[in-house]
Design a protein around this ligand. Structure first.
Ligand code: SF4
Length: 481
């Protein structure tokens, strides 16, 4: 089943979004995160134990999500907050717009939120005549650039400081220098005034603690704190998968998250919000709304293999080590969550009709699973989704074109027959000779033409059996001596 996701970038449009600096900017940033993570993890002898506990808590929560969500709702309401359930992206957008209309909101400040990216909230707000401003520096940059994020935690990772300076100069009509400190100062000046005048603050959420109905925000910039305390109205849009049982669980995830994401012991700001401010003079908004977003998550929960994707704590460590992500960048994944986690989440959420290439966009090297702080078996889920694309299962029909499925079936049959394989490897060099040019195959007939459209194929080396016979004969002679 596919769910509406308004900001999907199609494969064909991908090239329009790729700045010239990919992959070098991505490689530079991700290698910094990888070495930072390694140092912090080495300081913690019980790291593997923590990973296992984190994984167990997430699995337990996934299996009992209805219980924890019900508890969460009761606790948020008891603390004076409002809870809204959104089955689809459209429902979530309408809920936020309705709240904004009721309070006559003209401008909104936002802290970084993947859930609002998922539902295309900025676009909906702008269409309704409400200014929506991203206040996380990376999100602010990509909002100016008019693109989506290219990394889960570092949205503008694909841009170098020179490109950001050029963007600021063009969009803000100033002469911005390529200096990170100066660029941050410029952004801060623009944003400070917006915080003061906004009618509504919108955030996502890293975790939702069912025990007390508390929203947890983990940030490094302090903008999240300003979005959620300066305006009188705070709306948090959070996926239902973010619920965790209690505060004790949180202590595990906070240790895993910062180390895996940025190589820090703890992120700079960890904020806890339990309902609106309760007393006159208490810091915080007067009204708090929590929008719990489903948008296909309930369906994914039914699949015992695929649902492990919801163990994710969105640290981005899998992308930082992925050899594919580092070379193609985030936009190639076609959706706002990129990297290995995107490759297992998008096909389940968007449907394999829309995102069937993603499970194949992996070398299955397993580096992602090795670093994942909550032990998500990413390669296993990738293979599970490949099977779904090729053969279909009880959750989705096969989406691979019939021609490719038939060809793969025939190839599988042929490879399993010894005599057929032997004849095939004898004939293959003759067939390849027709297409070979300078030891490459620049054009091949369908279905291999899908590959050669993009790059030439090396000729198949089908002489293994002959080579093996020679090796055996030589080693026989050697041992006879
Ligand atoms: S899949 Fe694991 S490594 Fe990747 S973002 Fe999620 S928690 Fe982090």
């Amino acid at each position: 089943m596919s769910h509406e996701v308004p900001n999907y970038i199609g494969f064909e449009e991908y090239s329009e979004h790729v700045p010239a600096s990919i992959p070098s900017a991505v490689q530079q940033a991700t290698s910094r995160f990888v070495s930072g993570r390694a140092s912090r993890v080495a300081e913690l002898p019980q790291w593997e134990e923590l990973r296992q506990i984190g994984s167990d808590i997430r699995l337990h929560t996934i299996e009992n999500m209805d219980v924890y969500l019900t508890r969460l709702e009761e606790k948020v309401q008891a603390a004076g907050g409002h809870v809204h359930w959104a089955q689809t992206a459209e429902e979530a957008r309408q809920i936020v717009l309705q709240i904004a209309r009721e309070h006559n909101v003209k401008s909104v400040v936002k802290s970084k939120s993947m859930a609002t990216e998922e539902i295309g909230l900025n676009h909906a707000l702008e269409q309704a005549g409400i200014e929506a401003l991203e206040t996380d520096l990376g999100e602010y940059i990509i909002q100016l650039a008019g693109t989506g994020p290219s990394h889960i935690i570092v949205p503008a990772v694909h841009l170098k400081k020179e490109e950001i300076a050029a963007l600021f100069s063009e969009k803000l009509h100033i002469d911005a220098p390529a200096d990170p400190v100066e660029l941050t100062r410029i952004a801060r000046e623009v944003l400070r005034e917006k915080f003061l005048n906004a009618g509504m603050g919108i955030s996502g959420g890293n975790f939702l603690i069912a025990e007390t109905g508390t929203l947890v925000l983990v940030t490094n910039e302090g903008n999240g704190r300003m979005c959620t305390t300066m305006p009188d109205l705070h709306v948090a849009v959070v996926g239902i998968d973010k619920v965790i049982p209690d505060w004790e669980s949180l202590t595990v995830f906070l240790k895993l998250l910062a180390r895996s994401a940025t190589g820090q012991k703890l992120s700079t700001y960890t904020q806890f919000i339990t309902g609106p401010s309760r007393e006159q003079g208490e810091f915080g908004p007067k009204e708090f709304h929590l929008v719990l977003l489903d948008n296909g998550r309930s369906n994914i929960l039914k699949d015992p293999v695929g649902r492990e994707v919801f163990k994710c704590i969105r640290c981005g460590a899998c992308a930082n080590v992925c050899p594919v992500y580092k070379n193609v960048g985030g936009f190639a994944y076609g959706w706002f969550i990129s990297g290995p986690i995107g490759a297992i989440l998008s096909p389940q959420m968007l449907g394999t009709q829309t995102a069937r290439e993603l499970p194949y966009a992996s070398t299955l090297c397993g580096a992602c699973a090795d670093v994942c702080p909550v032990k998500i078996p990413i390669p296993t889920i990738l293979r599970h989704l490949r099977r779904r694309v090729a053969q279909g299962d009880e959750f989705a029909e096969a989406t691979l074109p019939v021609t490719i499925r038939t060809t793969a079936g025939l190839a599988s049959f042929a490879l399993a027959q010894n005599w057929l394989y032997r004849i095939g490897t004898r004939i293959l060099p003759w067939v390849m000779a027709i297409f070979k040019r300078d030891n490459w195959i620049p054009y091949a007939p369908y279905p291999l033409s899908r590959w050669t459209k993009a790059r030439p194929l090396p000729p198949f080396n089908a002489g293994f059996r002959g080579w093996w016979r020679k090796v055996r004969a030589t080693s026989g002679k050697e041992s006879a001596k």
